[in-house]
Design a protein around this ligand. Structure first.
Ligand code: SF4
Length: 281
């Protein structure tokens, strides 16, 4: 057989081979919250029973006693996210006395009111506490350029996801527990809040020292203790978030009526279960 003929016979018949598909290895989701901590916390039966027992025991405790327990139990893996609302400021004041080194952060979307950013500075002056401003990967200018304009106008849920939720998940990765600013009297969903429980959405222990307090108790504490608060509250802004999505409320309106007013959206998506919210947002 000639060399030419052998070459022809050994040449693979690529026409009959199936198309090869390049398959990338599956991307693993990063562990969240306390599951990514060192040591990790697992919400197994024993641990959930421990949380329940403490929650029941702390049911009649003061907010300060609850915070004391949380700081002793979780140490430097106990954190707090705040939007500097009245409840958040109340907890910051208490933590300043109990455990001022507690890491506290704010989700700085780039759309916050100047009054809110000024309050962050007032917290530093008053308590010596630096609230860390956690920011998304993109500036507002970059984000709006990427999307051809402000996303909050047409898709506020996407905007909140990109500029709040993603940042929040990163911020609490590796922590064990966080303080929640919710009160049980805020809504039927929040009425079921435990003092201490497992936050399924963020995979953290959630401690709610103000669960049993009323709005009146919060404002009495702020007045009695001269706690700094956002001056926009004196101008009819009962709930304060980003400036494009917040307006003052009218007489007789719900406290949150000024949030995403004119849209179907009522919450920013930081909720654990059915409207349960961990940030004083
Ligand atoms: S509150 Fe408004 S501006 Fe702020 S992140 Fe959500 S949609 Fe965007």
């Amino acid at each position: 057989m000639s060399q030419h003929a052998a070459a022809i016979r050994t040449k693979p018949n690529t026409m009959s081979l199936p198309m090869l598909k390049v398959v990338s290895p599956p991307q693993e989701e990063p562990l969240e919250g306390a599951l990514a901590a060192e040591p990790p916390l697992q919400p197994n039966e024993d641990f959930l029973a421990e949380l329940k027992a403490n929650s029941d025991r702390l049911e009649s405790a003061s907010p300060q006693e609850i915070l004391h327990w949380a700081v002793e139990r979780f140490g430097d893996k106990f954190t707090m996210a705040t939007a500097f609302g009245p409840e958040g400021m109340t907890i910051i004041h208490m933590l300043a006395e109990i455990a001022p080194a507690t890491p506290i952060f704010n989700l700085d979307t780039g759309y916050q009111f100047q009054e809110t950013l000024d309050l962050c500075e007032r917290v530093r002056e008053r308590y010596g506490i630096t609230v860390e401003l956690k920011r998304p990967a993109t500036t507002v200018a970059e984000y709006e350029a990427m999307h051809g304009g402000p996303v909050y106008k047409d898709n506020p849920s996407q905007c909140c996801f990109d500029r709040k939720l993603t940042v929040l998940k990163n911020a609490v990765r590796g922590m064990h527990a966080w303080a929640s600013a919710i009160r049980r009297d805020q809504s039927p969903d929040r009425a079921k809040t435990a003092i201490v429980g497992w936050d399924k959405k963020f995979k953290l222990v959630k401690v709610s020292p103000l669960a049993n307090w009323t709005k009146q108790q919060v404002w009495k504490f702020i007045t009695d203790e001269d706690v700094p608060y956002n001056p926009l509250h004196d101008q009819g802004y009962t709930s304060i978030g980003c400036w494009p999505c917040t307006r003052a409320v009218l007489l007789g309106e719900d406290d949150r009526a000024g949030r995403w007013s004119g849209t179907a959206k009522t919450e920013c998506g930081l909720h654990s279960l059915g409207g349960d919210e961990s940030v004083d947002d």
